[in-house]
Write a protein that binds this ligand. Structure first.
Ligand code: ATR
Length: 282
């Protein structure tokens, strides 16, 4: 149903989107920070992102302020924006759009959401650590820039197809030089050594497959993190748990990326740790 009230309008756009937790999270953020807004969800046909975005803006009678974008539209969202933040440009993907008189602004809060969840909520500092990032698709591209900014000593991007890992690493090479991070690409089948943090950004969990990794890849006390949450993350987390690692799903990343989007839109930081706790208890 279209919302015609004179309140600032936001939504999440995706396909699928029906089970998205973003409307709940943003409504809770608004409640806890005393902000007045409405945040809905919009199912977008696979070939209709631009049309759906403009329909959303038109339906809000001048009150559309922004939206979140989820799979599979993050690349398209970035491409159609008139302005983009540095982190969205590096990712070539956007999960947060803001609308203003000078057009659509693209940002990407996924990576910062991941870093905040690992460092603040899980209490694992990334500076000086060795990280293994599995995957080189959209999800991996969205987090690599912010991971480099943590001061990690090394990040290895391992992907099934080596060429995609190399391309992603190449695109981040200048940033890695600035942050003094040893950034390497390798094929998933050739991963060697052991790591403090292993992040699963492949889409294997969705298809019920699993990533094949050598058993020594997890250093003692390592953190294994899956960007997915719920049943999709379980296979990878069980694998890691069985090898003595700490394991964590991406629910905290979801809340933290939302908190950063909320901050971009409203200029107020919501109590994300509290909202994550509430969400886990639902
Ligand atoms: P997303 O936006 O979720 O990242 P994507 O851009 O299609 O989706 O990327 C999917 C990622 O999961 C890729 O890194 C892909 O590896 P390839 O580039 O080699 O295709 C990875 N992936 C998917 N299925 C996989 C599998 N069975 N084993 C290992 N990696 C897999």
């Amino acid at each position: 149903m279209e919302h015609k009230l004179a309140v600032d309008e936001y939504c999440v756009m995706g396909n699928p989107v029906e089970h998205s937790k973003s409307p709940w999270i943003h409504a809770r953020f608004a409640q806890l920070t005393g902000q007045t807004l409405h945040y809905g969800k919009r199912m977008v046909p696979l070939d209709g992102f631009a049309a759906s975005l403009h329909a959303f803006i038109a339906s809000a009678n001048g009150f559309a302020r922004g939206c979140n974008v989820t799979v599979p539209f993050k690349f398209e969202a970035f491409a159609l924006a008139q302005h983009a933040s540095a982190r969205a440009t590096l990712a070539r993907a956007a999960n947060t759009l803001s609308f203003s008189d000078d057009g659509i602004h693209a940002d990407n809060t996924d990576g910062l959401g991941l870093v905040r969840d690992i460092e603040l909520n899980a209490g694992v500092k990334l500076a000086g650590r060795n990280l293994l990032l599995l995957g080189a698709g959209g999800a991996a591209a969205g987090v690599l820039g912010p991971l480099l900014h943590t001061g990690a000593a090394g990040i290895t991007v391992a992907n099934r197809s080596l060429a995609k890992a190399q391309e992603l690493v190449q695109r981040h090479a200048a940033l890695a030089t600035l942050t003094h991070t040893a950034l390497l690409a390798c094929a998933l089948a050739d991963v060697q050594g052991s790591f403090d943090v292993v992040i699963n950004a492949t889409s294997t969990s969705l298809s019920g497959e699993s990533v094949q990794l050598p058993s020594g890849v997890l250093r003692r006390g390592a953190l294994a993190y899956d960007l997915m949450y719920g049943p999709a993350a379980q296979g990878f987390l069980d694998w890691a748990h069985a090898r003595g690692a700490q394991s964590r799903d991406g629910l905290g990343m979801l809340v933290e990326q939302a908190a950063e989007a909320f901050f971009i839109w409203r200029g107020v930081r919501p109590p994300s740790a509290q909202v994550l706790q509430e969400l886990r208890a639902l």
